[in-house]
Each structure stands twice: as structure tokens, then as C-alpha cells.
Design a protein around this ligand. Structure first.
Ligand code: FAD
Length: 449
């Protein structure tokens, strides 16, 4: 180590991490005339498999913050999801869930290749007033001060620098070191792995939609990312062989698209990522707050991580504005509001994952109920898409929709009576009622506290 410096108060805010969450937070807080320092260790904006599909509220937020521009936006427009049921219940083909159209509200999302998105946002935000970025630097420590605030220790080149900003944001992703260093415990569940590659979009089904293929090997995705390219991702469940899993996924893909993918797989090693559910015990500590995946993440089934990270930035900005930048009061507001949104997002992702992947009779009934509900009307599909895309983040809406989905079980009864066992149907219905009541209870608690 060559030097040790202490920088007192030059920066109001230090943001550890220059990913989507860090860039969005910097853009949002620069609107409050604060001096902001982003610390990002990865000068190459590392090529990795991560979020690309952004729902309309995320795009709206990034445009409002001045990080994306409608006139020159990278990537490809997304109208919603096209969901392909698993092999057992595919008699009626895929279901298309579109974003709802409301006057004054954006109804298109966007898919942007992750590295392109990350470098675009980070480059853009560095031109914002008051924003500085130290690329290649890293937050390596957090020292607790006697008043409960933290001093950040940053390694930059060969130097170790201590910074005492008014506010520190941990935007350093799901495995956040900042979270650990400020002493916030968390629960982790590793669901599965993900393998991904890029192919031509010529034979991509439902171009303009995020295709989600459900099957016994997990979830697979395919969507256009612009310039004639498409992203394909395959889930690899814990303990499963990745080649076998990819084969199973591909067996459900349209033949020509499958051929395109097999050709690329023969010459390119796919990118890999892990799918986690991380639930920290809190999102604030002293003068520090967590944003984006550091604040919590769930299975990428709903593709809502980026949208949630953008919402974090906007909520934090509003909380600081409302409290005249009283950090402690603003962080309390931030924590409460984000916690409510995250509960809905995480619960939805967990429920859908269980319904789509578990092989129990209860999960099968729920899966059939969901597809049956989606096939009832446009309104049902738009309501579901509002929840999936975080347009509607209310746990009340989730509880109500879960109840409506559960009612489909009675519609399905004659078929279950003939084709399956009534005992399984009963068990499934009991489970649906139990869950439905649990969600109503969670919604009530959230309303009360
Ligand atoms: C396979 C997969 C597919 C996904 N698909 C989607 C999708 O389609 N749509 C969607 O919305 N979401 C998706 N997600 C989730 C999405 O990727 C994340 O929610 C999003 O990238 C979170 O951004 P972030 O900025 O919080 O974290 P990250 O993107 O992880 O960024 C964290 C940053 O912190 C930096 N950092 C790390 N350590 C330090 C340190 N010590 N000091 C300073 N900086 C540090 C890192 O270099 C990195 O740049 C997906 C996730 C996975 C795994």
C-alpha cells in the first residue's frame, strides 16, 4: 500500500457499484444538487449474464432521470411476455401477456444487452452535475464511527482512501460486500444456475416479446436485444447436468430457432450466472443504505430486478427531498417503501417459480389455474402483467389476484375428476386457500403497520 488518505466531506454521497442501481441512484441524487462519487471496480463493464429485459416503469424511470433517451435508445422494444407452458399442459399453446395501455403511461419495455446497458448508463451519468466516478477503484472496508455513521475505505490504484460522506449507498450487487461490512445479515437461497448465449433473431418466435419456456428442466428465455441479435438463457437446476438441461429446454423450442442455437453452442461456450434469492434483514444501517440487488433479489422469472433498482433510486431521491435531506429520516422512509415493493416482487417470483417448476399435485393445480385464468380474458392477462412488471406493486393486488386464480380450481374440477384424482384436487385446493389467506393476512399487516 503506497498511501493512506482521509478525505473529509468532499463528497456528499458515496455509491459503491456502478451497475444499473448505482448509476440510477447517482442520476436521481444529482437532481438534489449533491456531490456524488461512484466507485466501480470493473473498468471493462464485464461481460456477464444478467438483467436485460426492462419493464415500462424501469424505462420510464431511466428516461425521466435522463439516462435513456427515446430518440436513440439501444436494444429492442418489448410488448410483454409470451409464456409457453410445460410439455404436460401445452395443449393450448403459448399465452401472450401484454403491458396494459393507459393514457400517459408507457406501454413498451425494452431489452438491452447487459454490458451495453451498463456501460451506457455509467458513461451517461458521469456527465451529470456533481457526479464523479472512480473506475477501477473498490470499496474495501467500512469503519463504524462513534456516532453510528460509517467511513468508507476505498482502494484506488495503490492508495487506501478513507471517505466520510453524509450518505453511503451499497449498490454492489447480490453478493454485496458493503452489506456485510456494515453488519446487515441476510438469508440466501441459491435456486439454480443460468447459461446464456447470443444468436441471430431471424427465427426467434414472438419477436418483440420476452419468450418464457417452462419445462421440467426449469425456465428458458428468448428475446431480441437489437441489431438482429437475440438472447437465449437456460436454467440449470441444482445438481442437474448443464448439457442435458439445455437439450431438454431446446426440445421445446421451434425447430429452426433450435438449429440456430445448436450451431452457436457448437462453437461458443455459453455465459453462466447463478440465480439467488437474497433477503437482507434491513436495507439501512447508520448513514448507509442498500439499493438494487444488494437490497435484495429473487429469481429472475419476472425480469424485474432492473425495474426495482430504478424504483429504489427514485424512492430514495423522493425521501431525501421530502425530508430536506435529513439522512436518518429519509433512510427510514426509503426502507419502509422499498420493503413493501420488494415483498410483492419476491412473493410473486417465489409463487410462480414453485407453480411452474414443482412437480407436486398442488403446484400442478396452481399452474393449471394460472393458465386457465390467463385464458379467461384480456383484462386478466393485463392485470397479471401489471404485477409481473411492477406497474402494480401492491401486495393487496397480489392477494386479490391469487384468490381469483385459485377460484379457477372449481372450473378445472370436472377435468381433474376424469383425468386425475379427486384427492389431489382437494389437497391442491386446500393449499390454494391456505396461501390465499396468508397473502390477505400479509396485505392486512402491511396496511396496518
Ligand atoms: C441470469 C439473470 C438474468 C436476469 N434477467 C433479468 C432481466 O431480464 N430483467 C431484469 O430486470 N433483471 C434481471 N436480472 C436481475 C438483474 O440483473 C439485477 O437486478 C440488476 O443487474 C441489479 O443491478 P445492480 O446494479 O444492483 O447490481 P450489479 O449489476 O450486480 O452491479 C453491481 C456493481 O457493483 C460493483 N461492485 C462489486 N463489488 C464492489 C465493491 N466492493 N466496491 C464497489 N463496487 C463494487 C460491480 O462491479 C458491479 O458493477 C437477471 C439476473 C440474472 C442473474
Amino acid at each position: 500500500m503506497q498511501g493512506r488518505f482521509v478525505d473529509q466531506g468532499h463528497f456528499d454521497v458515496l455509491i459503491a457499484g456502478g451497475g444499473v442501481a448505482g448509476a440510477a441512484a447517482a442520476a436521481a441524487l444529482s437532481q438534489l444538487q449533491l456531490n456524488i462519487l461512484i466507485i466501480e471496480p470493473d473498468p471493462a463493464h464485464g461481460r456477464r449474464l444478467a438483467g436485460e429485459l426492462i419493464h415500462p416503469p424501469g424505462i420510464e424511470g431511466l428516461c425521466d432521470l435522463g439516462l435513456l433517451d427515446d430518440r436513440s435508445m439501444p436494444g429492442s422494444a418489448v410488448k410483454g411476455f409470451a409464456i409457453f407452458p410445460s410439455e404436460k399442459d401445452d395443449s393450448m399453446g403459448s399465452v401472450t401477456l401484454c403491458y396494459g395501455k393507459k393514457p400517459g403511461m408507457r406501454h413498451l419495455g425494452r431489452a438491452i444487452e447487459h454490458r451495453v446497458l451498463k456501460s451506457h448508463l455509467l458513461e451517461k451519468v458521469q456527465n451529470f452535475p456533481g457526479v464523479t466516478a472512480w473506475i477501477g477503484a473498490r470499496v474495501i472496508g467500512m469503519e463504524k464511527n462513534s456516532d453510528g455513521t460509517f467511513t468508507a475505505v476505498v482502494r484506488r490504484n495503490q492508495d487506501e482512501i478513507r471517505l466520510c460522506p453524509r450518505l453511503i449507498l451499497g449498490a454492489d450487487g447480490p453478493m454485496s460486500r458493503v452489506r456485510k461490512m456494515i453488519g446487515i445479515p441476510h438469508e440466501t437461497r441459491r435456486y439454480s444456475g443460468m447459461m446464456g448465449l447470443e444468436v441471430e433473431d431471424t427465427h426467434l418466435p414472438n419477436n418483440g416479446y420476452g419468450n418464457i419456456f417452462l419445462n421440467s428442466a426449469g425456465v428458458a428465455y428468448a428475446y431480441a436485444i437489437g441489431q438482429g441479435r437475440a438472447r437465449v438463457m437456460f436454467e440449470v437446476l441444482k445438481g442437474a447436468d448443464s448439457n442435458e438441461s439445455i437439450k431438454t429446454h431446446l426440445s421445446l423450442f421451434p425447430p429452426l430457432f433450435k438449429l440456430d442455437i445448436e450451431r452457436v453452442l457448437a462453437t461458443h461456450k455459453p455465459l453462466a450466472a447463478a440465480n439467488f434469492c437474497i433477503v437482507p434483514s434491513t436495507s439501512i444501517q447508520g448513514n448507509a443504505a442498500l439499493v438494487g440487488d444488494a437490497r435484495g433479489c429473487c429469481h429472475p422469472l419476472t425480469a424485474s430486478g432492473i425495474t426495482a433498482a430504478v424504483k429504489d433510486a427514485l424512492i430514495l431521491r423522493d425521501a431525501l427531498r421530502e425530508t430536506d435531506i435529513d439522512i436518518a429520516a429519509a433512510l427510514r422512509r426509503y426502507s419502509g417503501r422499498c420493503g413493501r415493493l420488494e415483498l410483492t416482487r419476491r412473493t410473486l417470483a417465489e409463487e410462480l417459480r414453485e407453480a411452474f417448476l414443482a412437480r407436486t399435485p398442488e403446484a400442478l393445480l396452481l399452474r393449471e389455474c394460472i393458465f386457465s385464468y390467463w385464458r379467461t380474458s384480456d383484462k386478466a392477462r393485463i392485470r397479471s402483467m401489471a404485477l409481473l412488471s411492477s406497474v402494480d406493486s401492491s401486495i393487496f393486488s397480489l392477494a386479490t389476484q391469487y384468490g381469483t386464480v385459485a377460484l379457477q380450481a372449481f372450473r378445472l374440477f370436472p377435468r381433474w375428476f376424469v383425468e386425475k384424482t379427486v384427492t389431489d384436487w382437494h389437497r391442491g385446493v386446500l393449499r390454494l386457500i391456505q396461501k390465499s389467506l396468508a397473502f390477505q393476512y400479509a396485505a392486512m399487516r402491511q396496511w396496518l403497520y
